[in-house]
Design a protein around this ligand. Structure first.
Ligand code: IVH
Length: 692
């Protein structure tokens, strides 16, 4: 259907056809993106992909209101090659004066009155808007279309972040209805506290950068040269001001905010109009009380004279308006003493240093622990036991140590060193090159990680033990029924009798399910161990290379010597790099793991790897390269079928290549094959060759 529609030019499409095609395009482009980014296996040529995107953009340009929430144009564009382009703000982006005490607010209103020559009897309306702790941006819309977006920069010149702003779903790319010729919408990009915590957790498990607070996370995400990274980050926005505007006026700030809402921009729902200083202060206090519960960080309340006419009369002093002020909340920071530094082991084995503090009240919450993130952060801040430090609490986020108050003070203890043994299980804790985290290698043995490992062990792609879900694993572990995988196989009916929710029938079913897995394929066994970086594909490679558990176990123990043949053999396996090799070696170097492995091997039968029968395969032992678009099968499928037939699949053409399978759109690889005189066949010919 999509191809049939695509024969119609964009100009000739009916609205209904356009809507239907946009839906198909979103799904289709989404699939190609997934194939490319997640599976590393492009499913179409770059040219064909670009054509789809162009078509999508053209239809959207003609029917702006049909633009879908999942439109591909909301996600990535191409990453700029160098840094950000600079953008001049036609109307400068100003800052605000600050008020801290209630009197500062009273003074502000008196200044306004004096300037306008208004006495105390005349009401001056003021909007009270939460001051979002994010990053300000300005997005310029021309004829309703987002043209360029920039950071604040120094107020006169910012950086072009158009591609990144486009990835924020809350900000429309088109505004419809009664739209001025030009309008710059200004606001704040932020990240919610929950999204920030989730992002940090995922960064931590990937060994990526840890952000200090939601604002830094939002900044780091917005200032990415590659908008694909920004697109993957949960950024949000609130809008509250305009810069240049041509062809529209408002009487009040409140009216302007209503227009923003009508156009589909996010406006903070806690915005109010106040008519007296008392009302302003009341809003400030109410918001302050709710501050910790708000899903995002705020650092104050912004008051703005509501009437635009009065704003114009008031004008500016230096770089701040006379008609607005920021009433700040006390920074949620405090000073206290680090009484100890302890190390926590996360469920994935990451060692996290935590400062135990002399309890202190920070913004209404008593804080006695603060995270120190990792050993690089401790070293950077040089935090030592006994130090006086500044801590900061951002909403419900775990408090953190910002800095040591007096780093030169005499009598400081020795620099803190993260232990190289896991404080929970005593196994080696290692830090791999390029990673910030130090990790415990005693995965199966370590109590901090055991539950996660057991869940993985019984999961579908590993031992696949039916009826043993995550909740059961947790309960069995807590009650001491199972500590390590081998315990599953010694579980008896009487261990489970009398447990709530376990009738005899379900006990029998579970024990039968466990018994069925007493014999397991070698690759499932390897995968089930949950060794870092050893997923299903790597488990299969290892099973293929070593054939049997005994051979593998022996080889892995010998491979700890990097000069050994066993290590060379391991890293020679295609697709197993040094980093995976290191994780394997580290796993076997840990006696706790070997003990667990041996206990498990005693309980079960690990089948030798069944080598696919490649006798009679026309491509056995040959090196094959696939290029261009394959039509009958996906890249992944083509690859695994070729491997099953005993071939090696390479990514590039070289003298060692025996056969190149080329689909439409094949480029340089075809030329290289011709130059080297390597046989090239079409996908159809190839399928015939391998027998369908
Ligand atoms: S109005 C001339 N309104 O606070 C008007 N600013 O300290 C200038 N901010 O640079 C801004 N929430 O990044 C305004 N509701 C709000 C705001 C807000 C946060 C930020 C903005 C500004 C900074 C000034």
């Amino acid at each position: 259907m999509s191809n049939a529609l695509r024969k119609v030019t964009v100009d000739a499409l009916t609205e209904k056809q356009a809507a239907s095609e946009l839906k198909i395009l979103a799904a289709e482009i989404g699939l190609h993106d997934k194939a490319y980014h997640q599976n590393d296996a492009p499913s179409i040529t770059d040219a064909a992909y670009d054509a789809l995107r162009k078509r999508n953009d053209a239809i959207e340009a003609r029917f702006p209101k049909l633009r879908r929430a999942d439109s591909p144009s909301k996600s990535v564009g191409a990453a700029p090659a160098g840094g950000f382009r600079k953008v001049q703000h036609t109307v400068p982006m100003l800052s605000l004066g600050n008020a801290f005490a209630d009197e500062d607010v009273t003074d502000f209103m008196e200044r306004v009155r004096r300037f306008l020559d208004m006495d105390g009897n005349e009401t001056i309306e003021v909007t009270a808007e939460p001051k979002i702790d994010g990053l300000s941006f300005s997005a310029r819309y021309e004829k309703g279309q987002l043209a360029v977006a920039a950071t604040r920069g120094d107020g006169s010149e910012g950086e072009d972040i158009t591609a990144n702003i486009r990835t924020i779903k809350e900000l429309p790319d088109f505004i419809m209805g009664d739209v001025p010729k030009v309008i710059e919408i200004r606001g704040e990009v932020y990240m919610t506290k929950d999204d920030f915590a989730a992002l940090n957790a995922s960064q931590e498990s990937k060994g990526g950068k840890i952000f200090a607070n939601p604002r830094n996370a939002a900044a780091g995400s917005l200032r990415q040269l590659d908008p694909k990274i920004t697109a993957a980050r949960p950024l949000r926005a609130f809008t509250y001001a305009w810069g240049e505007v041509k062809g529209m006026e408002w009487e009040t700030q409140w009216d302007f905010l209503q227009t923003l809402k009508r156009w589909g921009f996010p406006v903070n729902p806690r915005t109010k109009v106040c008519r007296t200083v008392d009302a302003m202060l009341k809003e400030y206090r109410t918001l302050g009380e709710d501050r910790a519960e708000l899903p995002y960080d705020i650092d104050g309340m912004v008051y703005k004279v509501n009437s635009i006419g009065l704003q114009k009369r008031l004008g500016f002093v230096s770089r701040a308006p006379r008609w607005a002020i920021a009433h700040k909340y006390a920074a949620e920071r405090a000073q206290t003493v680090v009484e100890d530094i302890e190390v926590q082991v996360g469920r994935t084995g990451t060692l996290t240093p935590v400062a135990r503090l002399k309890p202190i009240n920070v913004g209404g919450v008593v804080v006695s622990n603060a995270t120190l993130h990792n050993e690089d952060e401790i070293a950077r801040k040089d935090v030592r036991i006994g130090d006086t430090v500044i801590i900061q609490r951002a909403g419900d986020v775990i408090p953190q140590v910002l800095e040591v108050v007096n780093p030169d003070r005499k009598g400081r203890n020795d620099p803190y060193k993260l232990p190289t043994k896991c404080p929970v299980c005593g196994s080696h804790a290692i830090r791999e090159e390029g990673e910030v985290a130090r990790r415990c290698t005693g995965g199966l043995f370590c109590k901090a990680q055991a539950v996660e490992r057991l869940k993985h062990f019984v999961s579908r792609d590993a031992f696949d033990i039916e009826g043993l879900g995550e909740k059961n694993i947790e309960a069995f572990f807590t009650d001491g029924l199972i500590e390590s995988p081998a315990d599953l196989f010694t579980l008896k009916s009487k261990d489970l009798e009398g447990r709530e929710g376990w009738a005899q029938k379900s006990i029998d079913n579970l024990l039968a399910a466990i018994a069925r897995r007493r014999t397991v394929s070698f690759e499932r066994f390897i995968y089930g161990l949950g060794i870092r970086q050893v997923g299903q594909a790597t488990a299969r490679l290892l099973a293929h290379a070593y054939g049997s558990f005994d051979a593998w176990r022996k080889a892995m123990s010998t491979a700890k010597d990097k000069e050994s043949d066993a290590y060379a053999e391991l890293t020679n396996i295609e697709q197993i790099g040094e980093s995976v090799a290191e994780d394997l070696v580290a796993f076997f170097a840990e006696k706790h793991n070997r003990d667990i492995l041996d206990a498990l091997a005693k309980q079960i039968t690990i089948e030798d790897f069944k080598r696919p029968d490649t006798s009679g395969s026309p491509i056995a032992g040959k090196t094959v390269v696939f290029t261009g678009t394959l039509e009958a099968m996906s890249r992944g499928e083509a690859k695994s079928r070729a491997q099953e037939l005993g071939a090696k699949v390479a990514g590039s053409v070289s003298k060692k290549t025996d056969l190149v399978v080329a689909g439409p759109g094949a480029g340089s690889k075809l030329k290289e094959a011709a130059a080297l005189g390597i046989k090239v066949v079409s996908e159809q010919e190839y399928l015939k060759l391998i027998g369908g």
